[in-house]
Design a protein around this ligand. Structure first.
Ligand code: RIB
Length: 283
């Protein structure tokens, strides 16, 4: 493929409100944190940024509220070179936010989707041309599941491969299971999927990210493993998103599944160190 791969990310845009603390609070407990920062986030937006930084031409379909966070996040996406024609403004709900606690090299996240809930089937219809002109579609589950199912159906209609990152996990309707090209769950999400779908039917579509254990996938009916790299952990937020953005960039360029996974796995480790979550929004 000579041209830059064209990727459509249909997904969430959040402002991440991140507190770093030495001690994760227990139920009912208050602890003192060390720092607070606002970062542009949302699984969809993070994945779009990763793919763009790797040379893809990315268009995002998503939603922000008519508020300061919405303005900041749209500017952030545009500053990264992402096409935002498909990002609508919703006057009824505030921009999505994520409450993130960073502690002991790991995180806990609660997302209040807000305007992300406004990414409806009608929004997909309005931007159908973006889907039609893409080499691949990438979705996650921070927008309504009905919209995810609809976008997957549209992709199928145009014979465009589609990757679903099933996070945060929700029960997936049969149509999504059938028509998705690849799923990129983490270990817990993969377990939940296996319980719900006949695992033999989804085995070949599963690219399971296992953190420090690397990535599992099936090729020629055999389970394969790509080992992780050892890097100092600062902030794991968005590591999976980097994997997804890199993975689709490679698939869209016609790489094999195995090569796309190796590349994405390496990017995850290299880029999490390089990009981290340093790109604070200037408020
Ligand atoms: O995957 C990390 C992302 O999950 C954060 O940026 C947060 O916004 C949530 O969507």
């Amino acid at each position: 493929m000579i041209h830059a791969p064209k990727i459509c990310v249909v997904g969430s845009i959040n402002m991440d409100m991140t507190i770093q603390t030495r001690q994760m609070p227990r139920q009912g407990e208050t602890v003192l944190g060390q720092s607070f920062a606002l970062y542009p986030g949302g699984k969809g937006a993070n994945q779009a940024v990763a793919a763009t930084r790797l040379g893809a031409k990315v268009t995002m379909i998503g939603a922000v509220g008519e508020d300061e966070f919405g303005v900041t996040l749209r500017k952030h996406l545009q500053g990264e070179g992402i096409h935002t024609d498909g990002v609508i403004k919703n006057s009824e709900q505030s921009t999505g936010v994520a409450n993130i606690i960073l502690s002991e090299g790991d995180n806990r996240i609660i997302v209040a989707p807000g305007a992300n809930a406004a990414v409806t089937e009608e929004v997909i219809d309005r931007h159908e041309n973006i889907i039609q002109q893409s080499d691949i579609i990438l979705l996650q589950l921070e927008i309504p599941l009905t919209t995810v199912a609809y976008a997957v159906k549209k992709a199928k209609q145009y014979h465009i491969p589609v990757v679903v990152n099933p996070a945060p996990y929700q029960h997936l309707p049969k149509e999504i299971i059938q028509d998705t090209t690849y799923f990129t769950p983490n270990e817990m999400e993969a377990e939940a999927m296996k319980k719900e779908a006949a695992s033999s039917s989804i085995k070949d579509k599963m690219v399971v990210t296992l953190g420090s254990e690397g990535v599992h996938f099936y090729e020629d009916n055999m389970k394969k493993k790509v080992h992780s790299y050892s890097v100092p952990v600062k902030d794991t937020t968005g590591a999976g998103d980097t994997f997804n953005g890199a993975f689709v960039t490679q698939l869209a360029q016609g790489e094999t599944l195995s090569r796309a996974i190796h590349f994405a796995n390496a990017q995850l480790h290299y880029q999490s160190r390089k990009w981290g979550h340093k790109q604070a929004c200037q408020q």
